[in-house]
Each structure stands twice: as structure tokens, then as C-alpha cells.
Design a protein around this ligand. Sequence first.
Ligand code: AMP
Length: 131
Amino acid sequence: MATIFSRIAAGEIPSYKVAEDDRFFAFLDINPVAPGHVLVIPKHEESYIFNLDDEEYAAFTLFAKRVAAALEKAMPCKRIGVCVIGLEVPHAHIHLVPLNSEADMDFRKPKLTLPDEQMKEIASRIAAEFK
Ligand code: AMP
């Protein structure tokens, strides 16, 4: 059965898309830990990031690097934080979070719910910077 993230990459479930190529897809986390929190996924379905073969893992992290560069331009911050959790959705993904302090990457805090208009505006700003 397809994961929710495969269905997002296939366009069957709506998302706030920020970047895409033929193999990878990036979109806003629906409940961000900080504004601009992005998830990067392979379109190919694999539940655990460290089960990707070496070639796909390398290509995946290079795609995430390009997304991080766009995110850094679009969302003023000190650094882009990177993490892998994967306890909730069984489809490999990398979290990218604009950081101004360590607390911005605290996943134990209550998550944010931003208005639809703000999510759209953030996603289009990041997408415009994606090269
Ligand atoms: P984890 O699997 O623990 O890395 O967490 C999965 C992340 O996916 C969480 O931060 C959720 O807020 C996020 N998430 C779950 N469903 C969606 C969705 N439909 N669109 C965007 N983000 C989602």
C-alpha cells in the first residue's frame, strides 16, 4: 500500500510543494517545528532512509542540499538544521528546518499550524529560490 508521502509525490494528496525532480520531492511539513520546515523524500518507496542503496542515498542528500540552499535564501535564519526521525511516517524523509536558535529544532515542543495563505507564501518563496 502506498504511503501518504508517495501519494503526495504523485500529486494524489495535496501538499505545499517547494521542489521536485524526476526522483525526489520536497514539501512543507504540515505541522512545522518552525516556519519553513521542509520534508524531502525519494519518490521511490522505501520506509527507512538507511536502506536506500548508496547511489540513491547520495543523490537524495545532494537533492536535499539544493533544497537547503533555496530554504536559506527564502527564510532568513542562521543555519538550516537537518535531521532524520521517521518514527511517524514509514517513508524515508529528511527534515530541513530554518534555525535561529537550537530550540527551533526541538520536536518535543507543540508544533505550529500556520494559516493556508502563509504556508502557500512560504512554499512559493522557497520554490522561487530552488535551482
Ligand atoms: P517523522 O516520521 O517522525 O519524521 O515525522 C513525520 C513528519 O511528517 C511530521 O513532522 C509530520 O508533521 C509530517 N507530516 C505528516 N503528514 C503530513 C502531510 N500530509 N503533509 C506534510 N507533512 C506531514
